[in-house]
Design a protein around this ligand. Structure first.
Ligand SMILES: Cc1cc2nc3c(=O)[nH]c(=O)nc-3n(C[C@H](O)[C@H](O)[C@H](O)COP(=O)(O)OP(=O)(O)OC[C@H]3O[C@@H](n4cnc5c(N)ncnc54)[C@H](O)[C@@H]3O)c2cc1C
Length: 435
């Protein structure tokens, strides 16, 4: 077994973990933060408090990670063990994808996909069904083969796809309610290279006729739009090159034009923070995210929302939102459209549904954004749109439960490991499980 360990200090509470989320738009309600280094320390921490939430890299925009009593930061749980057969890697749940990727790439391995940024913890990303893009790519939780977690009584449990089938599918996207996930086993594949190109000025009329062809134009495709002028500003296409050489991109693609310089998804933002474009091949982990590890991703000063609609109704949903373009424009940095393959994970936004994810990067204007979201949600209601668990939305528990066929089973499964609600916080009461 190849094992990599990072040095970590010993566990302590109140030890410098910021009391706001990454965006700074949410202040956590507690000052007590455990920072365990071992699973035994997680067990002791869980046993010692009446209520607690796991905390990863703090990249959620809502109060999902909050607790009025205590949080357990997972960031010192970051060991990496590649299985001897090279089929999987088991990691401490707090490791960031960017740190993991460098280690496994050096050993000849890759993960199937990454989110727009490599800065997030594996445990936090899996808990909320975080995703990248690609018609054939499930979200990041779909590459989980097993999880180890500490339940409310401090006992350690493991669930694997091979052993636990349906219950495993319930526990992976867990919203932090099943316990504190300490280790996660991810499927590996041989390392691969990717080259990305950007096209500019894609007319919506081309999407109407060719939506699937455009979204399937690469291994991972993103469309960025500000909803103005009936067109998308940028089309990002990430192609696997897999030893077959780097194909020369067409100068035009569905009436859009190949960009001659590197671009940021948000117009007028410097592109330095973005991963390399211009068809230059590079390792999977330096092309699949939009942003580089050592730079601030996206705008830095922003809010985010995202809604998942059935892929086959994606263009219709885009047009429904476009009718709000004048209300959206003053508060929007950019919208991104991505494809996510359907999966079997009960609380995944793509549960049993190949999806189009419609994302909004908002200016840091919380009141107007929160006032606008119900209008967007009303436009998307006919599409049974599921909101991203880690971003801003307003749908309450009644509407949410209509969107998730297995939510009752999820509530029952989580109660098995947390009968008294130690891991349930206000977010869970408002959106998932009122009891
Ligand atoms: C700039 C930016 C870009 C983003 N891009 C994308 C994107 O491309 N795609 C996408 O889908 N999302 C994206 N997101 C959202 C982000 O990926 C999710 O919010 C993700 O959950 C963040 O992980 P985290 O570790 O920071 O979680 P945190 O905010 O720390 O926690 C999130 C939730 O997971 C739970 N949790 C964390 N660790 C554990 C654990 N070990 N055990 C049990 N529960 C746990 C917490 O209790 C909480 O409920 C982006 C966010 C930002 C700020």
């Amino acid at each position: 077994m190849t094992a990599h360990s990072f040095t970590a200090r010993s566990a302590s509470a109140d030890d410098g973990v910021p009391r706001t989320n990454w965006s700074g738009n949410y202040h956590y309600s507690c000052s007590r933060v455990f920072q365990p280094v071992t699973v035994a320390e997680v067990q002791n921490a869980v046993r010692s408090v009446s209520a607690v939430r796991a905390l990863g890299t703090r990249h959620c925009f809502n109060h999902i990670a909050d607790s009025e009593v205590a949080q357990i930061s997972t960031l010192k749980l970051k060991d990496i063990s590649i299985a001897p057969d090279g089929q999987s890697v088991t990691v401490g749940a707090g490791i960031r994808y960017g740190d993991l990727a460098e280690v496994i790439d050096a050993e000849g391995y890759a993960l199937h996909n990454l989110a727009s940024l490599p800065h997030i913890s594996v445990g936090g990303a899996v808990a909320t069904a975080t995703h990248g893009s690609g018609m054939l790519n499930g979200n990041l939780a779909t590459e989980v083969l097993a999880i180890e977690f500490v339940a409310a009584d401090g006992a350690v449990h493991t669930f694997s796809r091979a052993k636990d089938g349906d219950r495993f599918a319930g526990a992976v996207v867990n919203l932090g309610v099943i316990g504190v996930v300490t280790h996660i086993t991810l499927a590996l594949q041989p390392r691969f290279e990717v080259a990305q190109v950007v096209y500019q000025g894609l007319p919506f009329r081309e999407l109407e006729q060719n939506f699937e062809e455009i979204m399937a134009a690469g291994y991972s495709v993103s469309i960025f739009t500000d909803w103005q002028n009936e067109r998308a500003g940028e089309l990002w296409i990430k192609r696997r090159v897999d030893g077959c050489g780097v194909p020369t991109p067409l100068p035009t693609f569905y009436s859009s034009t190949l960009a001659a310089k590197k671009l940021h998804p948000i117009p007028d933002h410097p592109a330095e923070a973005c991963t390399d474009q211009l068809n230059s091949p590079g390792p999977w982990y330096e092309r699949l995210p939009h942003f580089k590890m050592n730079f601030t991703p996206s705008s830095g000063q922003e809010l985010q929302s995202e809604y998942f609609v059935p892929f086959e109704r994606g263009y219709e949903a885009v047009r429904a939102i476009e009718s709000l373009r004048d209300q959206i424009k003053p508060h929007l940095f950019i919208t991104e459209l991505r494809a996510v393959a359907g999966d079997d994970l009960w609380m995944s936004m793509a549960y049993q549904r190949p999806s189009l994810a419609i994302h909004f990067t908002w200016k840091p204007e919380i009141s107007p954004v929160m006032n606008l979201l119900p209008q967007i949600e009303a436009k998307l209601a006919p599409f049974q749109a599921r909101p991203h668990w880690g971003k801003l939305f307003t749908l309450g528990v009644e509407k949410i439960q209509a969107l998730y066929p297995r939510i009752s089973d999820f509530r029952a499964l989580t109660r098995e490991f947390d009968p008294n609600g130690k891991f349930r916080n206000q977010f869970i009461h408002e959106h998932v499980d009122r009891a």
